[in-house]
Design a protein around this ligand. Structure first.
Ligand code: CA
Length: 295
């Protein structure tokens, strides 16, 4: 039987079957596959280490990444062409660190890597953007391909997607300014101040882009991991209290809890001058919660 199956005649149908299964498309000549691994020290049902004086668990931990590139020795960013799958569509990927168990409310599946192809070369760094490009951001969820069909990552009141959705549950809850306790401290980052309804075919424009550029100069794609450090993200934030506005920070320019958080994310919370257009643009000093680590 084995001898028969080993026959050459099976090779073509087998290739076809693999191609149909979507796993055998060879990269174009000169390109090579690349897999970027991400890490976040956040598992559902487990206390996050050293993030607050009280135990804190995660309820949601997902983010969108786009504009992925590797940096060569000359400092040039060479784009990575992302594979097309349920996590990745047209160059944008969803990372998912929650599995819907033990207090988490998302989806059972996890995704900690981005896969694609890149021109063969000698790469020493990586660059990407946290966020969804405008053309993909503002579309109706129902008709959108995965991963943009997740209503939980949608942000209907801003006609787009949440670029980062991290929701944390401190033991004892979150104290609001009016004294009412509530369960979760939320980070919802996304383009804000948006006008236009994509469902009606209107063009959506937003006052604040709120996309985070990340550039890690020392990164070996074959060995290193891109660490999303929640301790660094929430340094200076008291997760047991909310200062006003939305509980936590939902990108509101006047939310007091966004001030420190936006600094960690390397984003300008408000325009430099009133009526200015640089609100939601990157700060020159950059983000400080994502770094390359060698496992
Ligand atoms: Ca708040």
């Amino acid at each position: 039987m084995w001898t028969m199956m080993k026959g050459r005649r099976l090779a073509a149908p087998l290739m076809l079957a693999l191609a149909l299964a979507g796993c055998a498309t060879p990269p174009p000549e000169g390109d090579r596959p690349v897999a970027l691994r991400f890490a976040m020290d956040a598992a559902c049902g487990r206390d996050l280490a050293g993030i607050a004086p009280v135990p804190v668990q995660v309820r949601d931990a997902r983010l969108f990444v786009s504009e992925v590139a590797l940096i060569d020795r000359a400092g040039r960013a060479v784009p990575v062409t992302l594979d097309q799958n349920v996590w990745q569509h047209q160059g944008t990927a969803l990372l998912d660190f929650e599995d819907a168990t033990q207090g988490c409310t998302g989806t059972p599946d996890l995704n900690d890597r981005i896969t694609g192809t890149v021109k063969a070369g000698d790469y020493t760094g990586v660059a990407f953007t946290i966020g969804v490009p405008p053309a993909l951001n503002h579309s109706a969820y129902e008709q959108a391909p995965a991963p943009f069909d997740l209503t939980a990552m949608g942000w209907s009141w801003q006609a787009g997607r949440k670029f980062i959705k991290i929701e944390l549950l401190p033991q004892g809850g979150v104290q609001r300014p009016n004294g009412t306790p509530t369960g979760a401290w939320n980070v919802h980052l996304g383009s804000s101040g948006c006008k236009g309804d994509p469902v009606k075919g209107e063009t959506v424009t937003c006052a604040a882009s709120n996309r985070i550029p990340v550039r890690l100069e020392r990164f070996d794609p074959a060995r290193d991991v891109i660490d999303i450090d929640l301790k660094a993200l929430f340094a200076g934030t008291d997760l047991t209290r909310d200062g006003g506005g939305a509980v936590g920070c939902m990108s509101g320019p006047s939310d007091p809890d966004c001030t420190v958080l936006f600094q960690a994310m390397g984003l300008r919370l408000k325009p430099t001058v009133e009526g200015g257009t640089d609100g939601g643009q990157p700060l020159p000093e950059g983000q400080r919660f994502i770094k390359a680590v060698r496992p």
